[in-house]
Design a protein around this ligand. Structure first.
Ligand SMILES: NC(=O)c1ccc[n+]([C@@H]2O[C@H](COP(=O)([O-])OP(=O)(O)OC[C@H]3O[C@@H](n4cnc5c(N)ncnc54)[C@H](OP(=O)(O)O)[C@@H]3O)[C@@H](O)[C@H]2O)c1
Length: 350
């Protein structure tokens, strides 16, 4: 009797355990599948560009992020062309870049120019001197912040000219040769303000959002030629340009910016150069940057399965976090408005 009961029990407990066993099998299958994707991911990603001996052109290479990008590439053995307008800053930057040499064959040249003619100069001069361009870094740019109605109308045009067209012309200069050689990297330095529109950036943000549209369309054209486009989205970074912008930043913009820290240009340069070399379409910095890039990936190209999987898995969670951020930004703007109105009313009473 007792043996029959224990037999019955063991048979039925098997059935009770079955759903758990099946769950375990499914979970193991998913883990194995994800691991397999991680393993084959590098096989279908672009082949990294060898910086040693490569010719890298950096517009805006005389200061801030651009200068550090040039130095980072030089540390890996690249030949550098720096492009900017101010002669004095260019000479200084060239000296700093040259200090990062790892062999005595390396050369760093500088081109002084205003954006429209960079096109001709890069093509005629830089390529003649240092050979065809392997990597173009479009970093020349500027920022103007202010309330929409207070920013002069011609500033909107200026920012589109420098930040957007200032990236189109140099890119036009290098793509034909890159296509012929079936290789190359093109980097556009956008900004986190090119992923999210914030108070005070009605003139700046569109000029950086525009780079994303250009980059996506260009990547589709260039991919068959083994040319990879990277859009870098740096956060607030401690540069002369950032210090200049801070002088006129509206209070709201400053308070919103302060919710995340300020990064060092050398750290940003390291990350963006690594991403461009790998051929990653998106280059972001820090946890905020990672979240913003996953959130705003939309229909942008992926360069590895890993990246695509991470976006799929994290999207819902990141959107939830983003809603809290948006709420806190709105409350900063509202508080500033109330304070301003109260101090205006107090002034009137006096
Ligand atoms: N710093 C940040 O917080 C931050 C954050 C996100 C994105 N970014 C972006 O990163 C890039 C570099 O910024 P940064 O902060 O490093 O600025 P920066 O220190 O002011 O350097 C800007 C560089 O661009 C050049 N440049 C400016 N206007 C130009 C023009 N019309 N034609 C040719 N060159 C020009 C400057 O040289 P000349 O003045 O001599 O021409 C300089 O070499 C910009 O595109 C900026 O929008 C910066």
């Amino acid at each position: 009797m007792s043996s029959a009961l224990s037999h019955w029990l063991s048979f039925n407990s098997w059935w009770l355990l079955l759903p758990f066993v099946m769950l375990l099998v499914v979970a193991a299958f998913i883990v194995a599948f994800v691991l397999l994707l991680y393993m084959i991911s590098p096989l279908i990603s672009p082949k990294p560009l060898k910086l040693n001996g490569a010719h890298v052109v950096v517009t805006g290479g005389s200061s801030g992020i651009g200068k550090w990008i040039a130095m980072e590439c030089y540390k890996h053995g690249a030949f550098i062309t720096l492009v900017a307008r101010d002669e004095h800053k260019l000479v200084q930057a060239k000296k700093e870049v040259e200090k990062c040499a790892i062999n005595d064959k390396q050369v760093c040249i500088s081109l002084r120019d205003i954006y429209i003619y960079i096109y001709i100069y890069i093509y005629m001069y830089a390529q003649e001197k240092l050979g065809p361009v392997d990597m173009l870094v479009n970093c020349a740019g500027m920022s103007i912040s202010g309330k929409f109605e207070e920013v002069e109308v011609d500033r909107f045009k200026k920012l589109m000219e420098v930040n957007y067209l200032g990236s189109v012309y140099p890119t036009r200069a290098v793509v034909t040769t890159m296509k012929e050689r079936r290789m190359g990297r093109i980097m556009f330095v956008s900004s986190q303000a090119g992923q999210i529109g914030l108070f005070g950036y009605t003139a700046y943000s569109p000029s950086k959002f525009a780079l994303r549209g250009l980059a996506e369309a260009l990547q589709m054209e260039m991919k068959p030629y083994n040319i990879y486009v990277t859009v870098a989205y740096p956060p607030d970074t401690d540069t002369p340009g950032f210090a200049e912008e801070n002088k006129t930043k509206p209070l709201e913009t400053r308070l919103i910016s302060e919710t995340s820290g300020v990064c060092q240009p050398e750290q940003v340069a390291k990350v963006v150069v690594k991403d461009a070399v790998q051929g990653n379409f998106t280059s972001s910095f820090g946890p905020d940057g990672y979240m913003l890039s996953a959130l705003t990936c939309g229909m942008s190209p992926v360069t590895s399965i890993t990246e695509g999987l991470q976006q799929i898995v994290t999207m819902g969670l990141f959107r939830t976090i983003a809603l809290f951020y948006l709420g806190s930004f709105d409350s900063i703007v509202r508080r500033c408005m109330i304070q301003r109105e109260q101090s205006k009313a107090a002034d009137k009473r006096e």
